[in-house]
Design a protein around this ligand. Structure first.
Ligand code: ASP
Length: 326
């Protein structure tokens, strides 16, 4: 990894020849397995840097514009922390009501604006395809931090990095996805990304009304990944390597009544994990509402808080890659 010049701590400049330089991160469908492994390798280097010295000056002089039209704690904070730990600066717009968005400015015009001031942009917006619109206009690399019920590619990269760090590999795994698979963008991205690996099996535990969208199922099937449905997590827990639990996405329901019908449908408790493998990895993109009982937190297999820490390393890696600094 090329971090600094030989004599000091000055970055060597942008590597414009890197295949990652200037690249948008919009969907996991853009990645090969080699790409994902490379992001993970760089993220592991970032983890080491943070643990050793807290950070470095790799992105000194670079500015990240971070605009969130939907609530966020982990994604927005970890991107900001990632930029700052690499010596860069951040323009945070977490409250779009205080920006010209509130005056009706389009995503395209906002992206053009931020492209004048920043070197890289992160966007979360409720509309599927919004990050692609920003990317077509910004003139700088755009990272999709969640486009409605579409995708959340940086989350899937951190989810797979978590599995790699916890289990050492991504091949041959039985992954059980639980909750709102219809509206949960993290599982749309994760299922597609896991399909790049060998001998992965996916089990979906979701109410009939919240099953995995057909386009994701078709894409995963085309990659030869077996997929099955199951009614309850405890029916498959003994044969599960990774239990990925998600929140019922209340904000995507058209009426409160519809949400009430499925709210609290699965709750993972210590009881659910009885009979699970000793090296099971329990994950959740967070926030959790009530899908995992707090008593599970003390179980060493509960990886969801480590998962959010891994997210910062992955986002450090992505920022450094698209800015051509590694
Ligand atoms: N934080 C994740 C997302 O933005 C998961 C969630 O909100 O449930 O998609």
């Amino acid at each position: 990894m090329r971090m600094t010049s030989g004599s000091g701590h000055l970055p060597m400049g942008d590597d414009k020849a890197s295949p990652w330089y200037g690249r948008h991160i919009l969907s996991v469908s853009q990645f090969t397995r080699e790409d994902v492994d490379h992001v993970h390798d760089v993220a592991a280097d970032m983890q080491e840097i943070v643990q050793r010295t807290g950070g470095c000056d790799l992105l000194n002089g670079k500015i990240l514009a971070s605009i969130f039209y939907e609530p966020s704690t982990r994604t927005s904070c970890s991107f900001m922390a990632a930029m700052q730990r690499l010596g860069g600066q951040v323009i945070p717009i977490n409250e779009v009501r205080s920006s010209s968005v509130a005056k009706g400015e389009s995503i395209a015009d906002t992206a053009i604006t931020l492209g004048c001031y920043a070197d890289v942009m992160v966007i979360r917006n409720p509309t599927v395809g919004s990050a692609a619109i920003a990317a077509a206009n910004a003139g700088i690399p755009v990272l999709n931090a969640g486009d409605g019920v579409g995708e959340h590619p940086t989350q899937a990269l951190l989810d797979t990095f978590t599995i790699r760090q916890e289990l050492g590999h991504l091949d041959g795994l039985a992954v059980t996805l639980v909750g709102d698979l219809k509206n949960g963008r993290t599982v749309h991205s994760l299922a597609r990304l896991l399909a790049l690996y060998d001998d992965v099996r996916l089990t979906y535990v979701a109410p009939d009304s919240l099953q995995m969208p057909q386009d994701v199922v078709d894409q995963v099937a085309a990659a030869g990944v077996p997929q099955e449905r199951c009614a309850q997590p405890d029916q498959v827990i003994a044969d599960t390597d990774v239990l990925y639990v998600t929140r019922i996405q209340q904000e995507r329901f058209s009426t409160p009544e519809e949400y009430e019908q499925v709210k609290g449908v699965y709750i993972i408790t210590p009881e659910t994990l009885r009979g699970a493998k000793d090296d099971l990895v329990v994950m959740h993109p967070l926030p959790r509402v009530n899908e995992i009982a707090e008593e599970v937190d003390a179980d060493p297999r509960a990886a969801y808080f480590r998962q959010m820490e891994y997210g910062m390393y992955v986002r450090m890696a992505l920022l450094a890659l698209v800015l051509g600094r590694v």
